[in-house]
Write a new protein. Structure first.
Length: 202
């Protein structure tokens, strides 16, 4: 008997289409420890937070496209201690980014993708302290452009709706505060986001 079973379906988006989406997940800032550890003292750190993203793009071929977005990268904190003095730095950050995207459709409505581009990373720091070892208060902002990349996978749950999971590395953000030469410095970090979201194609 002839085998007439159908071959596995391959995800085949339209050759040219707009899309938009949103996602949320875990941010890890990988902040520099040396920035906040005073000589003869110590420091504790909180590097992770919840982030979210809004994005849109244009796929001019099933394998190639461009994508731009905004990512809220939450905040990270550092708590330096020197004798009886205790400081607290809270740094909030976000990113605007633009990527070229390569996509490989797979059988059964799955796909994988990789993207490479630039990220404009904004950081805002507020620092407060007790005791005399540190400046009582300080604040600063910084915007830094860095190379960025991401990888991920998608599954088409409907014709125009895809679940997407991805990992993104936004390069470098912030600026070294040179071990408490704080004035307008924000502390440097290397933010990364692991997220899950939905993509709607038009």
């Amino acid at each position: 008997m002839t085998d007439i079973r159908s071959p596995p379906r391959v995800a085949t988006p339209a050759l040219a289409q707009w899309y938009s989406g949103a996602g949320a997940g875990r941010v890890d800032h990988k902040q520099s420890r040396s920035n906040w550890t005073p000589t003869g003292g110590s420091a504790t750190f909180e590097d992770t937070d919840t982030g979210f993203k809004l994005f849109g793009g244009y796929k001019f071929h099933e394998n190639f496209g461009v994508e731009g977005g905004y990512d809220y990268l939450g905040q990270y904190t550092a708590t330096p201690v020197s004798g009886a003095s205790v400081g607290k730095a809270i740094i909030k950050s976000n990113s605007w980014n633009l990527f070229g995207v390569g996509t490989l459709p797979l059988p059964n409505d799955f796909s994988v993708f990789a993207k490479l581009g630039l990220s404009s990373n904004y950081s805002k720091m507020n620092f407060s302290s007790t005791g005399t070892a540190f400046n009582a208060t300080d604040a600063g902002t910084n915007r830094r452009t860095s190379f960025a990349f991401g990888v991920g996978a998608g599954y088409n749950i409907l014709k125009n709706l895809t679940v997407r999971v991805e990992y993104e590395d936004f390069g470098k953000a912030g600026e070294s505060n040179n071990n408490f030469t704080l004035a307008t410095k924000t502390s440097d970090s290397k933010p990364k986001l692991i997220s899950i979201g939905l993509v709607h194609s038009y």
